[in-house]
Each structure stands twice: as C-alpha cells, then as structure tokens.
Design a protein around this ligand. Structure first.
Ligand code: PEP
Ligand code: MN
Length: 344
C-alpha cells in the first residue's frame, strides 16, 4: 500500500502515518521527493487493512493498493491454469467444454428432447434452469426441485453432468446432492451468503459475471467460493450493461483476456444472454472461442416459440448443430479441440 502525502504535509503528520503502520505491525519505507513524502506500507497482509484507515489521517493525499484485491483467484496465488473437473468433463484444458440446454426446465418431454439433441450434437454438459431468477415476479419461476429431478433423469439417460442455478442458500445443500455443478447467476454474483453456502458444498461452481460487475469484483466473488472450499470455480462472462440496446447485454470479449492475465481460473462464455436474439448467438459464440474462452454455455430449445423463458435467444437443435461445426473449426484454428460427451 502506498501513502502519498500532500505537498506541505508536516513532519508530525508523516510521523502519524508511520505510527499507524506500526500499530498494524507493518513495516514502512519512506521516499522523500522534492516536494512531498511517499510512504510504502509493507506487509504480506496489508489487504486486511482498509485504505481509509490511512486516507483519513491529516496530510494524506491518496492511498493506493499495490496488491490485487482478490487473492485465491489471482495468478500470484497459483501460476498454473486451473482445470475444473465435473465428472468426465474438464473445463480449462486444451479442449473446450460446450454446455447446452434450455433456459428453463419446463417439462419432462421438453428437457429430455433438448438433452438428447444437444448431447448428440456434442454438448458435454447439460444445463437447465429449475429455479429462475426472473425480473418480474409474474414470469415463470421454474419447476423447482422437480426440475432438478428431471435433470438427474436426463443425466442417467444421456451420461453427461448437469448444471443448474442456485438462487437461494436454503436449497443449496439439496441441489448439491443432485447436481454436478452449481451455477451462481449474474443477479447473485454479490450474494455473499449464497456464495459461501455454495462454496461449502465442495461442488464446482459456474460463477456468472454480475450485470454491472467489474472483472475485479467478479474475481473477488470467486474468492468467496474458493475460500469456502468449492470444488472449483468456472467464471462465465455473459455480457454486461452498457448504453447499447441493440443487444440484451454487451459481451465483454476483452474480459476473457483480462481473466487469463489476472487469474488461473477457467473462463467460459454465455453468448445467449448477451445476444438476447438467436441470430446473434453464433457471432458471439465464435468470437468467444477465437478469443480463448475455455467453453460456452448455450441456450437451446426444441420449440423456441413455445418457451416459457428466453425463447428469442434460444437456438433450435438444428441451429445448435450448425454452430457446433463452426465452433470446432474456430477451435482447431487456434490449436484447441472440443470435448466429446463421455461415451461418444
Ligand atoms: C441463466 O443462465 O439461465 C441465467 C439466468 O443467466 P444470467 O444469470 O447470466 O442472467
Ligand atoms: Mn435464460
């Protein structure tokens, strides 16, 4: 942490900063400039100390952290890229993981039909929303635990791991008993009670980026899961709020590179929620693969016109199949492959 003193700060004010550092057990290194003092506060756990506790002292101009505000998710903590495992699926290795399925689980027929289609086209994990965090309380809220049971049936039938969103800490343990991966939705990225509860189950988690979250805040949220003992964090970029309205959200492709630079965690992309429209999903999906994403999460519905949620952004099985072929081509062009579902 670097404390910059104001021009004209007194020796007494400088001494107060040094004394404060001493109270915390930190060392200091004093730099005497031509017209101001700069104090480096040194210690391996300066992150525990709020910068405000120095900023409030008289004569202080600014306080800047040198260490990243996230720890367990950072490259400093672990140099090697982390590969997150869910059953036979690996996220973060050479081969991309393509996760697909409906936005919401609506019925047994709908889920099984979608699962069969996406797995036969090469999706290695099945998604399906059982508890839906809808903007309006009057929209379809999901089938709840019944939906989770249907996911288990689909897993038994098609042999792929299953993921679903947890929206409430009360359901976390029950869902963790059944699911292979827990999904934390964008709206809950900073629900720290939920993050802790999900992390404590020891299950791998897909952590969506919050609608207006910076990459730093997203990685700090990942720290909550990691600190609680999660079986692995898969970050998922799903678009952020900007002034642009022609897409549902703006896909932050650069975030893929930023995450790779700052963190050891794998990052996947959800092109469906960013696009908001089925025609734009391939553009974003292929851009994400080209940019180095470790996988994709794509919404697919056998009859998007009847979907109870997100029909407009859902691919049909046919368009999903076409996209899978393009994904393979782009993946190969950058020296990567696409994981096959186990048994294929
Ligand atoms: C979802 O994946 O179904 C979902 C609700 O996504 P997000 O949390 O990114 O909006
Ligand atoms: Mn959706």
């Amino acid at each position: 942490m670097i404390v910059e003193m104001r021009v004209g700060a007194t020796q007494e004010q400088l001494d107060a900063v040094i004394e404060r550092a001493g109270q915390y057990g930190f060392d200091v290194q004093l730099n005497v400039g031509t017209d101001k003092f700069v104090v480096a506060i040194l210690g391996s756990d300066t992150g525990r100390c709020p910068t405000e506790n120095f900023a409030v002292l008289p004569g202080v101009q600014s306080v800047t952290r040198i260490m990243r505000p996230f720890k367990l998710a950072s490259h400093e903590f672990r140099q090697e890229p982390t590969v997150v495992r869910a059953g036979p699926v690996e996220v973060g290795g050479d081969n991309l993981a393509i996760i697909a399925g409906p936005c919401s689980i609506e019925s047994r027929e709908q889920l099984l039909e979608t699962a069969e289609a996406v797995v036969s086209e090469g999706a290695c994990m099945l998604r399906g929303g059982a508890f839906k965090p809808r903007t309006s309380p009057f929209s379809f809220q999901g089938m709840g635990m019944e939906g989770v049971d249907l996911l288990c049936e689909a897993r038994a039938k098609f042999g792929v791991p299953v993921v679903s969103e947890v929206t409430d800490a009360h359901y976390v343990d029950r869902m963790a008993e059944h699911l292979d991966v827990l999904q934390i939705g964008a709206r809950n990225m900073q629900n720290y009670v939920l993050l802790r509860a999900a992390g404590e189950t020891g299950k791998p988690c897909i952590l969506k980026r919050g609608l207006s979250a910076t990459v730093t805040e997203w990685l700090q949220a990942a720290d909550y899961l990691l600190a609680a003992g999660t079986g692995g964090v898969i970050l998922c970029e799903r678009g952020i709020r900007t002034f642009e309205t022609s897409t549902r959200f703006t896909l932050d492709v650069a975030a893929i590179g930023v995450v790779k630079r700052e963190s050891h965690l794998p990052v996947i992309v959800d092109p469906s929620h960013a696009a908001g429209h089925y025609e734009l999903v391939p553009t974003l999906a292929l851009a994400a693969v080209a940019a180095g994403a470790d996988g994709l999460m794509i919404e697919v519905h056998p009859h998007p016109e009847d979907a109870l949620s997100d029909g407009l952004q859902s691919l049909t099985p046919r368009s999903f199949a076409q996209l899978m072929a393009q994904i393979e081509s782009v993946a190969h062009a950058i020296g990567r492959g696409v994981q096959r579902p186990s048994g294929q």
